[in-house]
Structures are given as structure tokens and as C-alpha cells.
Write a protein that binds this ligand. Structure first.
Ligand code: NDP
Ligand code: MG
Length: 347
């Protein structure tokens, strides 16, 4: 597979375009500041009265309402939450988009599931950093970047007659992505694998595994504090080893006792039934059933802060004893605090 680095991208392409970044949240603040410091003319698009307006201005960025910022732009990167993008596109983006402007995303959700249907001659591209926004920003500031994906959904009329791919690579370079490596994918592949990963493994699978282990120990009479350290706190230490050097590297660092236990017990926890469940999850993603369930729940929210299902699940998570004992134990581990605050305040 071809991986694109700095030398494969021409940064001057994006430097000659007016770029509008819609939203100034996790990804938005990172893209806007990275591109700005890479010499790109950036406007941040926000709704009137947005609390992010002054934050973006204080960072030295130009800010305008969505309709104003879009009507002037050669490239519009939509970095509002996925569940608001369709409404935003219909109300303020579609009618203001210049005929040769490029539409860009950091996740394929709305294009792939056809919630946003751009004109046939509009270029639609993706530049998706494979990491949270604060990492996209902090690695850029340190001279690095986050590995990123690019994808071309359609290559239409473009400013200065560049191809959609040249523009996507140029954007990725200005955002720091080509310092780490950029892979080309499709909207379909990015959307479906991203949703699958976060549901089955990274977020859904991981938290279910941690909670099940914790509950098993506590229900058997062990102390919640012991169970917390064992099943939650230590996951990071193990994941770091896997991340640095793969599974064998982790096995090398842990004791032989732990390695033997890994081999005999892991397959008892994650069984063929688990994989069957994963296949079901993948199917519901591929058919669009998951996307519709998510958007239906969002639609029932009156303040945009999550629908009834989301709110119910958040409440259940917060009242689980692993969260309560965890809050107590983490409050004593002062060294964790800075990291936690960075993660909470994405800006
Ligand atoms: P955030 O939730 O952090 O975005 C919030 C921003 O969007 C805020 O500035 C908010 O404005 C603005 N916003 C919300 N609704 C509107 C609206 N109707 N009009 C204008 N602005 C609005 O989003 P993320 O950064 O998490 O996600 C953005 C995109 O990036 C998504 O497509 C996501 O899938 C993708 N992505 C996200 C990653 C991440 O790390 N979070 C990783 C990779 C991709 P206000 O300040 O006024 O509230
Ligand atoms: Mg993801």
C-alpha cells in the first residue's frame, strides 16, 4: 500500500485557497490552527452566539457565520458533530457553496450513508486524522503529526484545476498528516471500519471487557479498589506495550505466568460467539441501520446534547461503581490530572 509523506504533497496548493473550517471543537480547533500556521488562509465558521467564537478569535483566527464563511470559500471542511452536519448542510452550506468549491470531511458518515448528497460536479474529499483533535494539534506543535486517511468520493470542478487528490494531500500536509504518513482509502471503507472499530473493539468492546472483569471480581467478594486497579488502571500500561511493539512485545514484558495465562484464558473470554456478535455489529453498520438508529435518537433531543437512549446510557455509566471508586482513586493520583484535564477540555 502506498503511503504518502511530505515529499508526495505540494503545500502551495492549499496555501492558494481560501479554507473555511466549520466548527471549532476537537478536530476543528486543531485543523484551523494547524492550517493557519502552515500559511493557509483560514476562516472558522460558527453559529451566532457560539461560545467558541472568542476562543477562535483569541487564537488569531478569522471567524464568520457559516453562511458568510462558506460563500467566500474554495474549500469547506465540515467539522461539526456528525449528527448536525445534514441540517447544517441543508440550511447554510448547500446554497452558499461556490460552484467550484471543494467539500471536505474528516469522517465519511454523512456522505457514505447519503445523508448529505452534494451536486455531481462538486469535489468531495476526506482528510481524516486517525487520532483525537488535541493530539492532531499537540503533535503538529511538536513538529510531528497524526497519521491520516484521505479519500476522494467524487472529483468535480476544482479551484485552479487541481485534482481532488492533490488538494486532499496538500490539506493533509498543512495539517501535519504527511509528517506521519497518509493512506488513501474510500469513504465506504473509512466509515465502516471506523464505526466497527469504535463499537466492537476500541470503545464498546473495551469498556464492556473492563466492566465485566471488574464486576466478576467484586461479585466474588474482592474489594472494588483492587478490582479497579486490576481491570481498569492497568489496561493503559498493557495497551502502551502493544502499541509500541505489537502483541509479542507485550508478552515479552509481562511475566511468563501472565503470558501463559493470556494464551489459555483469552480465547475463553473472546469466543466464536463474540465474533458472531461482531459480525452482527458489522452488518448493522453496513446496512445503515446503526446510522439511522443513532440519528433517530439525536433527533429526539431538544437541546442537541444527546437523545433519550444516549442520556439513559450515560446515566447508567455514571452510576456504575467502577466510576465512583475510580473517581476516588484517581483524585489521589495527582500525576494523572494534567492528562485528564487535557482530555476533558478538548480546546
Ligand atoms: P465536536 O463535537 O468537537 O465539534 C463541536 C464544534 O461544532 C463546536 O465548535 C460547535 O459549535 C460546532 N457546531 C455544532 N453544531 C453546529 C452548528 N449547527 N453550526 C455550526 N457549528 C456547529 O466535533 P468533533 O471534532 O469531535 O467531530 C467533527 C468531525 O470530525 C466529525 O465528522 C467526526 O466524526 C470527525 N472526527 C472526530 C475525531 C475526534 O477526535 N473527535 C477524530 C476523527 C474524526 P459551538 O462551539 O457553538 O458549540
Ligand atoms: Mg475512529
Amino acid at each position: 500500500m502506498k503511503i504518502f509523506y511530505d515529499d508526495d504533497a505540494d503545500i502551495s496548493i492549499i496555501q492558494k485557497l481560501k479554507v473555511t473550517i466549520v466548527g471549532y471543537g476537537s478536530q476543528g480547533h486543531a485543523h484551523a490552527n494547524n492550517l493557519h500556521e502552515s500559511g493557509v488562509e483560514v476562516t472558522v465558521a460558527l453559529r451566532d452566539g457560539s461560545s467558541s467564537w472568542s476562543k477562535a478569535e483569541n487564537a488569531g483566527l478569522k471567524v464568520a457565520t457559516v453562511s458568510d464563511a462558506v460563500s467566500d470559500a474554495d474549500l469547506v471542511m465540515i467539522l461539526a458533530p456528525d449528527e448536525f452536519q445534514q441540517g447544517l448542510y441543508e440550511s447554510e452550506i448547500k446554497s452558499n457553496l461556490k460552484s467550484n468549491a471543494v467539500l471536505a470531511f474528516a469522517h465519511g458518515f454523512n456522505i457514505h450513508f447519503k445523508k448529505i448528497i452534494p451536486a455531481d460536479d462538486t469535489s468531495v474529499i476526506m482528510i481524516a486524522p486517525k487520532g483525537p483533535g488535541h493530539t492532531v494539534r499537540s503533535t503538529y506543535l511538536n513538529g510531528g503529526g497524526v497519521p491520516s486517511l484521505i479519500a476522494i468520493y467524487q472529483d468535480g470542478m476544482n479551484p485552479n484545476n487541481h485534482s481532488a487528490k492533490e488538494i486532499a494531500l496538500s490539506y493533509a500536509k498543512a495539517n501535519g498528516g504527511t509528517r506521519a504518513g497518509v493512506l488513501e482509502t474510500t469513504f465506504k471503507e473509512e466509515t465502516e471500519t471506523d464505526l466497527f472499530g469504535e463499537q466492537a473493539v476500541l470503545c464498546g468492546g473495551m469498556t464492556a471487557l473492563i466492566k465485566a472483569g471488574y464486576e466478576t471480581l467484586v461479585e466474588a467478594g474482592y474489594s472494588p479498589e483492587m478490582a479497579y486497579f486490576e481491570c481498569l488502571h492497568e489496561t493503559k500500561l498493557i495497551v502502551d506495550l502493544i502499541h509500541e511493539g505489537g502483541i509479542a512485545n507485550m508478552h515479552y514484558s509481562i511475566s511468563n505466568t501472565a503470558e501463559f495465562g493470556d494464551y489459555v484464558s483469552g480465547p475463553e473470554v473472546i469466543t466464536n460467539d463474540t465474533k458472531e456478535a461482531m459480525r452482527g455489529i458489522l452488518k448493522r453498520i453496513q446496512t445503515g441501520e446503526f446510522a439511522d438508529n443513532f440519528l433517530n435518537d439525536c433527533r429526539q433531543s431538544n437541546d442537541g446534547s444527546g437523545g433519550p437512549i444516549m442520556k439513559e446510557k450515560r446515566k447508567n455509566t455514571a452510576s456504575h461503581s467502577i466510576e465512583q471508586v475510580g473517581a476516588e482513586l484517581r483524585s489521589k493520583m495527582k500525576f494523572l490530572h494534567s492528562e485528564r484535564l487535557v482530555n476533558k477540555d478538548k480546546n
